[in-house]
Design a protein around this ligand. Structure first.
Ligand code: AHR
Length: 502
């Protein structure tokens, strides 16, 4: 099979916002406790943060980490997690039927973010709480001093404000499972009122309103229109979530699901434009895709487990083990964010450690990288710059999830500062290699820096603590770059990064 791609120096979609390489950490399972935090672990620092995990996280160069939930946030009292640890209460978390002892709260998490060279993206509880809790937390985090909450932060050991810029107004409020679930009208109103008060404190805050939890929700896409009619001029982003599954064990259909997600983005952009016209606004709104990943390997078993268990503290939950097939899906999803960089400004892989995560830990033991860590790593390291508007000519296939799925999913990112182009290319074909030719108009002196491939003959191949290197990026030979064009062979079912110096 052949694919012809044309990239032109002058045709770009726009700048890729580095925040599309962000992540999510929730007080859920072992994400926080024995994930990022395990006092007594051989690598733990003075705060109890695992150094082995920090090292792996830092390599990803993650701009934002969304916190503290997720479903958890909708019944969370942030005040429980500040001040002397011995006086912090243990509470029931009704979202996951666990106990939360509040050993980690906003101050500790902020310290972890500093150690990990990343920033907090904070969610406020609009389930069981509202204005008061959100405004108190904002003042605690961002006000310099001389008020109740900011002085309390100082007494708790942090003199300078944290300056949290991006705030999520609740989580998945369209979902009947959400504590404090609301209708679109109810949610739009509270998002607008809380958001207006927050912007009254600081007009430069960036606020994220909940969009649809996924594109199968009964209320999608009317939810977006109705919510935004209430809060369009107050908020800056609409939050979307997608989790991909392959219960049918149909790889070609699984690989089509990023195309469905791209159409979901397209539809929500349409809803945003509709409301913009309706409310006669000049402002543009963008998308924060703040939860996405593959999630199905353990999902049903986990649901049975947590719906009956007896309120354990940080139990193993949602500990998906990812395979090579998932690498291809994750690669296609990230490509979709790059292609829609005109509208998608933030995206958070859900989650970061232990819970549906690229990084795993053993309690008291090793930390290791799952298969899906690697496409995220390569994109975060090399997918920064201007996304090129590519012409792509390649055969397509029809799947139950979507028709016209291209066998080649490819994006190109031009980084003028380093003088490089990164092409991220996934061959969706199950059996045929793909002869790729890329014409580089306006880049006559291009040379090859690397062709890195992630491939395994077994789609089910996994990494584990004992065998962490089963699925890894490796160098591919045979790729030619001459006279402004690239010729490469992309192995069937493979993820490829071709980097050029231009
Ligand atoms: O990431 C796991 C859960 O998935 C989050 O708590 C929730 O927001 C979503 O449904």
């Amino acid at each position: 099979m052949k694919a012809r791609v044309v990239a032109h120096r002058d045709f770009s979609i726009g700048a890729v916002d580095p925040r599309v390489y962000s992540a999510f950490l929730e007080h859920l399972g072992r994400a926080i406790y024995t994930g990022i935090y395990e006092p007594g672990h051989s690598t733990a620092d003075g705060d109890g943060f695992r150094g082995d995990v920090l090292d792996i996280v830092k390599k990803l160069n993650i701009p934002l980490v969304r916190y503290p939930g997720g479903n958890f946030v909708s019944n969370y009292n942030w005040e429980d997690g500040i001040g002397p640890r011995e006086s912090r209460p243990t509470r029931l978390d009704l979202a996951w039927r666990t106990r939360e002892n509040n050993e980690i709260g906003v101050d500790e998490f902020a310290r972890w973010c500093e150690a990990a060279d990343t920033e907090m993206m904070m969610a406020v509880n609009l389930g069981t709480r509202g204005h008061d809790a959100a405004l108190g937390l904002l003042e605690y985090c961002n006000h310099p001093g001389g008020t109740y909450w900011s002085d309390l932060r100082k007494r708790n050991g942090r003199a300078e404000p944290y300056g949290v810029r991006v705030w999520c107004l609740g989580n998945e409020m369209d979902g009947p499972w959400q504590i404090g679930h609301k209708t679109a009208h109810e949610y739009g109103r509270i998002a607008n009122e809380v958001g207006r008060a927050m912007k009254g404190f600081d007009a430069k805050l960036e606020l994220v309103a909940c969009g649809s939890t996924h594109n199968n929700m009964k209320t999608y896409p009317a939810w977006e229109a109705e919510v935004l009619e209430q809060c369009y001029d107050t908020v800056d982003y609409v939050s979307l979530h997608s989790y991909f599954e392959n219960y049918e064990a149909d790889t070609q259909n699984f690989l089509a699901k990023s195309v469905v997600m791209e159409r979901y983005i397209h539809t929500v952009v349409g809803a945003i434009d509709y409301v913009k016209a309706k409310v006669r606004s000049k402002k543009d709104l963008y998308i924060s895709f703040d939860e996405w990943n593959v999630w199905y390997h353990q999902r049903r078993q986990d649901h049975d487990k947590f719906s009956t268990w007896d309120w354990p503290l940080a139990p193993p939950l949602l500990e998906e083990i990812y395979n090579f097939e998932d690498v291809l899906v994750v690669g296609c999803v990230i490509n979709a964010f790059i292609r829609r960089c005109d509208k998608v400004k933030i995206a958070c892989i859900a989650q970061l450690v232990n819970v549906i995560a690229p990084i795993m830990t053993e309690t008291g033991g090793r930390a290791w990288c799952q298969t899906i860590y690697y496409p995220l790593l390569l994109a975060s390291l090399h997918g920064r710059g201007e996304a090129l508007h590519l012409f792509v000519d390649v055969p397509t296939y029809d799947a139950p999830a979507a028709d016209d799925v291209p066998y080649l999913d490819v994006v190109g990112v031009h980084d003028a500062q380093t003088g490089t182009i990164a092409l991220f290319a996934i061959n969706r074909h199950p059996t045929e290699a793909l002869d790729l030719s890329v014409e580089l108009a306006g880049f006559p002196k291009a040379t090859l820096v690397e062709h890195t491939i992630i491939h395994h003959p077994d789609l089910q191949a996994i990494n584990s603590a004992d065998a962490p290197n089963t699925v890894l990026p490796r160098s591919q030979t045979g790729t030619l770059v001459e006279e402004g064009s690239v010729r490469a062979k992309l192995v069937a079912h493979s993820y490829n990064l071709i980097r050029l110096s231009v």
